[in-house]
Design a protein around this ligand. Sequence first.
Ligand code: GAL
Ligand code: MG
Length: 953
Amino acid sequence: MRGDGDSIPVPSCWQNHGYDSHQYINVRFPIPFDPPYVPDENPCGLYETEFLRESQTQSRSYLYFEGVDSCFYVWVNGTFAGYSQVSHSPSEFEVTELLADGTNRLDVLVLKWCDGTYLEDQDKFRMSGIFRDVWLIERPCDFVRDYAVTTGITFGEDQVTPQSAEVCLSLSRSTGGSRRELFVRAILRDASGSVEAEGQTTLVSNGSEAKLVFPVKHPRLWSAETPYLYTLEIRTENEILHQNVGIREIHIESSVVKLNGRPIKIRGVNRHDSNAKTGYTISREQLEEDLKLMKSHNINAIRTSHYPNAPWFPEYCDRYGFYVIAEADIEMHGVTSFYGGSSKKTFCTLAMDPMFDKAVIDRVERCVKRDKNAPCILIWSLGNESGYGNSFEKAGRWVKAYDPTRLTHYEGAVYEAEGHVNDTSMIDLYSRMYPHVEWIDEYFADPGNKKPYFMCEFVHAMGNGPGGIRAYMDRMYRYEGFLGGCVWEWCDHAIYDGVAENGKERYLYGGDHGERFHDGNFCVDGLLYPDRTPHTGLREWKNAICPVFVTEIDAANGMFLVENRFDFLEASGEAELCYEIKAGGSAQDETVILADGTKELPHLLPHEKAALTIPVPKLPENMDVYVKLTFIRKKAVEYAACSSTFGFAQFCMQERKVSVLQRENRAEHEVVLVEEPEEWIVLCGTLRVAFGKKTGAPTGIFKDGKSILWGHAGYQIYRAPTDNDIQIKEKWKEAGYDAAMTKVYHSDAFCLDGEAHYVADIGIAAIYRQPAVHLHADWCVNRWGRVIVTLDAHKDMAMPPLPRLGIMLPVERSMRHVTYYGYGPDESYIDKREHCYVDMFQAEVEDLHENYIRPQENGSHYHCRYVSLENEKYRLLAEADNYLDFNVSDYTVEELAGKRHNFELEPASGSLLSLDARMMGIGSNSCGPDLPEEFLRDEAHTVWKVQLQIEEL
Ligand code: GAL
Ligand code: MG
């Protein structure tokens, strides 16, 4: 805490400048639930400043606060000017009479809590202060107080080709001014600046209204894909106002949302105005960086969760092209945390409380009025997670009456208070967050469901995730009435706390600020790291929403079906196809490009499909062959270069059939088996492998006398829980998977046909629990110096699904160069590989680590044929008879599971190579549904074979 007379920047949040401290809390109110009261000990900030104002005549002055959390009192030159609240909506005070020429003094007292706190219970760090800009606005004595722009389009017979349009401007004049007439001239210009239409009118008296209509002959329509903007200049004697105009029309027809006559899909994100360094205070540059990133990742929509974003936010969305779901500053989620109450019963408490009626309506009105002229806004959202009741019904009716040109949304309308029958007739969309995909099928199977369906939040992107996007996308395109959804959420929330002693950046979350009540890392749940570096999840989302979508008809013969998923653009004008057919799949054979080339896409109107064929060469025998189809941009845009990719798809043309493990391509050696008191030693040429009689696995592997391992190999069933393992990890714990022990019931070694076998019968069990797995392991060293491990595993199906099942080799630290063939280059899991493809990839161990703020399982690779680790001298190669999943990391599972922050991680003495018969999927259960069964990979019986080999380079 600092004292009087300190200065902090405005705008900013005072918690970022040494005052008060941070708190991250989600659902629970940060104060006692005792509305409308707040604690007497209410932290506050008194802002004092002076400003110069030149002498003005004939003008009126307004102080305009874009955003203050939570409420504030204003004094100008010592005279009280007013009070306001609603943190994310602007407040304006007329101060004409209070200002003097020359120096003026402004005092603003901001309180941390007010009755509005009950309505601003959004899931975020709770910050305070004047966090958006403050303006002194000088206006003429009489001026245009407000205006509204709407557009109308006349379509041709096809219902999509615009014949003509009109832009309507309604104006209203200020009150309390002179008696003179106010002459208004308005000019509509096209994007090049040419005048499209002009009009004029006179606002005769104070408060009077007028209307102007501008015909547009050959209108160019606005959409996220074609964000064509006209501008309207509204001129009065002493003032010119500029307004973006996008000609567009949205409506619902037979349960389908149509923009400009065409069905659209929302492929969006939820975004907060937030930043790890600046908190709620966001600059235009920060916003533009976000928007460019979104555009280059195919994102076309933003829900302003859960409050109006900065007032200039919509202008950027108009220009870049985003559909905006603009949400009012309302969330009363804390009502679900009553002592003794269940959430269903209590959720509607405040929504039904007449005490909050006016506040709810006011907040919705202020959201709509501020942004009503933004073409990008297609949908008004009444707020978030506040239950439903009278107040929302009134607010919804008001919106529909005030602005019939847009749609309405409110997810909370699914809740109903006891004794109340909801009227949801004024809510256009049916919205439900984080549904199971089966629930979606049920929704569309019921003909009684007439409203278009929208997922205001889905695929919770917390930590390693989201997995399972594909199932949602399939349905989004299967059901016409499925408008789409917004991923929760755009960016991780965290507090930047400088650089740690080890040079790593410190990002903090809930509980790191001495908070008694907090929700840990639940705020670290975005598609981007706090510094805006994309997670692998963002790339997943990008490829899942690639505007050119392709499925196979007959991949082996090069036949595919392409679908134009643009809603307005013709596909071949935007994208070109690059294809590559590649063979590989065995560590002994080079990967080879069999064919590649580019191809024009067929001419495809929005949502059309057509067959596409690529030439297929003769495929080599016994190799995996994959074809990758990449769609690249034909035109450079502000946020993406020409030839950058929209996305890609990959298909398997051929899978190798015959095992590659037994190939004899090297010198043979005699295999010698030696028994020692604790170990069996197998010697083969310069290879020496020691097997522990009591460990069931190698205790050492040596080549030319050099140790390849830095510890004992072993069996592994556990992974560092991901955020999405939030529920299943409790089952793992109950079953003791986090502390399971390996019991060797019996081990033996023998020679047979010139090979040495070490065999072991093993159980893996935790204290007081029955074994989860029984394994029979056979480690065979053959005369070519290969170690072939066969695991025959039986899992007790009464026990929870295993996070993974496989072997772990602690590999000597110098062996850092990794080569693998499988899904890469991003981390990949059975249900999280939209952005991955099968190929041969190379990386260093550290590059395979995904640096999640809260450490967790990361960096695995699904469906691999082989993986090798090498230094200058040796290469350790693991090749599956069929497939393996692998993970190589500097950190042990215990380290990843035990540390709260990534900057605390300490590397092990070498790397840890996990070779898994299977690794469980990822899902999005941190807030979404359970992992579907197919991704649990829970199997009663597994037989899995992998060959290890050490080669001298
Ligand atoms: C939703 C909520 C979001 C966020 C999310 C969890 O229920 O609307 O604000 O809390 O869950 O990250
Ligand atoms: Mg909430």
